[in-house]
Design a protein around this ligand. Structure first.
Ligand code: F6R
Length: 336
């Protein structure tokens, strides 16, 4: 059952969308961003908000020594106005109330801001207030347009942190290849896992530095398959979530994310410990080995592969992955 959409909606186009979005003309942004920033704030919700999580995980791994603050809220932290932060407001539609509020706050308090959207109120406000706007290509729905949202945001980061630009460019290219590899790997040897996850509660154990993969998997499973997921960051979940495996729970399926970028770090030991101890308790673990050669590529590999998985889970459950009527109803209510 594909509900009138191609089996994997926009996923087969992700590499092409990524290249297109990364090569947008941003000269108007370059001329309007500050020469120096003390930190970066990324504001957005849901399928747009995940951009902030990915950029934070990636820049942290690069050793970026300034704060990267992810705002999934109606307001910015108070300290943002008093310091030289750049705010990037990201909304696929450009019409999300929370993100519009953050943009309005930047305009009101004179905080440097760049907007990223396909159009909507964000673009309109940007035009009225001479805020540099990045108009991005369209997809079937916000979450399927992740490459359109992420890659231009990384370009904005390059423009304010020029010393990182060549490293980011190199990693972006590898990450697009990782998306291609994830699509291939999913179809050839991961697809079967979707059968095990239908109508189950998936717990995803994921090292904290790659938490964006867990957050995105939860969001994709929620929105595509209309199923819950528990995100278990390591090491924190070693102090709570793992306790439940002392009992057997038939409704659970466990996914464990393993990363080569973290090989040789303390995180590797924590991932191995959880894997081994859970197996001793008889837990059947579905291990996901990330590929890509750098953290950005690994994140996009994991997100692409798990995203496709949630679409198959939706189809197997007889659910339309695209329709998200409960979200639409709440959005209508709050925007009244
Ligand atoms: C829908 C989706 C949602 C939206 C969120 C914010 O595909 O992924 O999580 O991303 O409701 O809307 P936008 O992205 O338009 O700001």
């Amino acid at each position: 059952m594909t509900f009138g959409h191609g089996s994997y909606i926009d996923y087969p186009r992700w590499p092409q969308l990524a290249r297109e979005a990364y090569s947008l003309d941003l000269s108007h942004v370059r001329e309007n961003v500050p020469e120096y920033v003390e930190g970066i704030v990324i504001s957005g919700m849901g399928g747009s908000g995940i951009v902030g999580d990915i950029v934070r995980d990636y820049l942290t791994f690069l050793g970026y020594d300034k704060p990267v603050i992810v705002v999934k809220d109606l307001q910015l932290p108070k300290f943002v106005a008093n310091r030289k932060f750049l705010v990037v407001t990201v909304s696929y539609s450009g019409n999300t109330t929370e993100t519009i509020r953050c943009l309005e706050e930047c305009i009101r308090r004179n905080i440097p801001v760049v907007t990223v959207s396909t159009g909507g109120k964000l673009e309109e406000l940007a035009r009225q207030h001479s805020v540099p706007h990045v108009k991005i290509p369209k997809a079937t729905a916000p979450r399927y347009g992740l490459p359109c949202l992420l890659y231009p945001t990384l370009r904005v980061v390059e423009l304010v942190e020029r010393s990182l630009a060549s490293k980011i460019r190199e990693h972006v290219e590898a990450s697009i290849k990782a998306i291609e590899e994830a699509i291939e790997d999913y179809l050839t040897h991961v697809k079967e896992l979707s059968r095990k996850l239908v109508n189950k509660l998936a717990m995803i154990y994921v090292p904290q530095p790659l938490i964006s993969i867990g957050i995105r998997f939860k969001n994709d499973m929620n929105e595509n398959a209309k199923q819950p997921v528990v995100v278990c960051p390591l090491p924190e979940s070693e102090h709570n979530d793992i306790a439940i495996h002392a009992r057997k729970h038939d409704f659970l399926e466990v996914v464990l994310v393993r990363s080569r970028s973290l090989a040789g770090t303390e995180y590797e030991k924590h991932v191995n410990a959880v894997e081994q101890i859970l197996r001793q308790y008889g837990v059947d673990i579905h291990a996901l080995d990330l590929k890509g050669g750098n953290v950005l590529a690994e994140i996009m590999y994991g997100i692409t592969l798990l995203g496709m998985l949630t679409i198959d889970v939706a189809h197997l459950a007889g659910i339309d992955p695209v329709k998200i009527e409960v979200i639409d109803n709440v959005k209508k209510y709050v925007s009244k």
